[in-house]
Design a protein around this ligand. Structure first.
Ligand code: UD1
Length: 467
């Protein structure tokens, strides 16, 4: 398996470009199932999760072509499907595969999708998705690890979901997206109450609206969708990845650097920016970019509690905990979205952190410095928190199981090297060293993760999914 070696202590300086948001790209890729027309999607990040989504779409029968810089623009077309199935081997690799259910069910009247099961950060059920489909008239059966859903048919007319009022007990991102996709071709109007407000939901809503469904209220807690019998294709550019942007902002502060993060949108990062300001970071806001420097009096301790958007994102919790490890005092971090999202704590301990976990709250006593060590990635965001800690640590860190990183970060090493970090990937199992020349890295894109083979997906699938 590939590993990353990080020689810490380099100050990050320069400009870095954020890739397209994986969590926005995934539901939009599945939206292409809704129409026989051409769908153009730009700024698709070259990450393992998007490759898994493509793999699933191709299995279903979606025709797919890459344009431009390999993989960043995809053209998709679904005249019909050859399968209504999302098999377990793909769903367990990536939970977001469950988002195939809404489009398959609403356009073709039937879908069979594996239940995702547990994952590294908690049980993560899909009951809210299924209750919503049931409210739209679907008959749902769970057997042999699969959910089968069938739209109601009336006499001769084709099976069709019907619009419904769906109050969500929790503003689940995935359920909001899956139900919005299903509602786009349902008969009548669907009202999703207590909907998720995340920017990725708003991006999907823009696509569904451009396909011809009427969507009102995206970005508020009540979303209304008027379904249509047939939908048009779309041409869309995925929003920048706010989690990647936040990760680079934190990396710059932890190394005492001075970095401009291009693609960092203030309106998407509110919860994080408040915390970074409380930590004393100096932030300058530009047009779709943020410049960040550490404050004059070091890193101040922070209090963080994760919450649905616009609160503090759970996907930046682990990275912020790494930052708190270097604060001059005691911080607290409370995880309120997922029940088991502190898997990075024992690994941060190995780097010299002082963290005590009490239920869903971690108390972090800042230390003067972290020390490099061998550590293991456990999930996508946990693994990048170890990268951040290692960048700021003395000596070298060897990070194993980095297929977790490859699920959601495009060309991470190349981007960090472009900012002056000393990072290299060791390709397994032959352990050949592939050091990127700085010039090539600064040019961005390129091979490090761009041609990550499908075996990467297979490896991830052996250990189950994360976010
Ligand atoms: C999405 C993101 C993930 C992020 C999460 C929260 C994608 C591909 N993934 O995941 O990176 O961490 O939002 O911002 O966009 N829940 C239920 N029943 C359900 C659905 C969810 O109980 O049917 C619970 C979950 O167990 C969890 C909470 O609701 O405790 C939030 O989950 P949700 O917002 O659905 O997250 P995902 O869409 O899975």
């Amino acid at each position: 398996m590939d590993e990353i070696i990080i020689r810490g202590g380099r100050v990050l300086r320069g400009t870095v470009d954020v890739s397209g948001a994986k969590n926005a790209a995934l539901p939009i890729l599945f939206a292409s199932i809704l129409t026989p027309e051409l769908c153009h999607l730009e700024n698709v990040p070259k990450v393992a999760d998007c490759r898994t989504a493509r793999h699933l779409l191709e299995r279903i029968g979606v025709e797919l072509v890459e344009l431009g810089r390999a993989g960043s623009t995809l053209v998709l077309r679904t005249p019909t499907v050859t399968s209504h199935d999302a098999p377990y081997e793909l769903v367990k690799t990536m939970r977001a595969s469950f988002l195939a259910m809404g489009p398959l069910l609403t356009r073709f009247g039937y879908a069979r999708v594996a239940t995702p099961g547990g994952c590294a950060i908690g049980t993560r059920p899909v009951n809210l998705h299924l209750d919503g489909f049931a409210a739209m008239g679907a008959e749902i059966h769970q057997r042999s690890g699969y959910v089968e859903a069938r739209a109601p048919s009336r006499g001769e007319s084709p099976a069709r979901l019907r619009g419904a009022r769906i109050p969500l007990p929790f503003p689940s991102v995935g359920a909001t997206e899956n139900l919005m996709l299903a509602a786009s071709m349902a008969q009548g109007t669907t009202v999703i109450e207590n909907a998720a407000l995340e920017p990725e939901v708003v991006d999907l809503a823009a696509v569904v609206a451009s396909m011809g469904a009427s969507v009102r209220g995206a970005g508020t807690s009540v979303i209304e969708v008027d379904g249509r019998d047939e939908l048009d294709g779309f041409h869309h550019r995925v929003i920048p990845d706010r989690i990647e942007a936040g990760t680079f902002l934190i990396a710059a502060i932890m190394t005492g650097g001075d970095v401009v993060v291009r693609g960092a949108r203030r309106s998407h990062l509110g919860g994080l920016l408040e915390v970074l300001e409380a930590a004393g970071a100096r932030l300058e806001y530009g047009d779709d970019q943020i410049r960040v420097r550490r404050g004059h009096d070091g890193i101040r301790p922070v209090e963080v509690r994760t919450a649905p958007f616009p609160g503090f994102p759970t996907d930046l919790q682990a990275q912020t905990m790494a930052l708190a490890c270097l604060a001059n005092g005691r911080s607290t971090v409370t995880e309120a979205i997922f029940e088991n999202r502190f898997m990075h704590v024992p690994e941060l301990h190995r780097l010299g952190a002082d963290i005590v976990v009490d239920g869903s709250t971690a108390r972090i006593e800042g230390v003067r410095r972290l020390e490099g060590a061998e550590v293991m990635a456990t999930d996508l965001r946990a693994s990048v928190s170890l990268v951040l800690a290692a960048l700021a640590a003395r000596n070298s860190t060897r990070l194993q199981r980095i297929y977790h990183l490859d699920r959601g970060y495009e060309a991470l090493e190349a981007k960090l090297v472009g900012l002056g970090a000393d990072v290299e990937r060791i390709r397994g199992p032959a352990a050949t060293f592939v050091r990127r020349p700085r010039a090539a890295a600064a040019a961005g894109g390129g091979g490090e993760s761009g041609d990550a083979p499908s075996t990467m997906v297979a490896r991830a699938s052996q250990l189950g999914d994360v976010s």
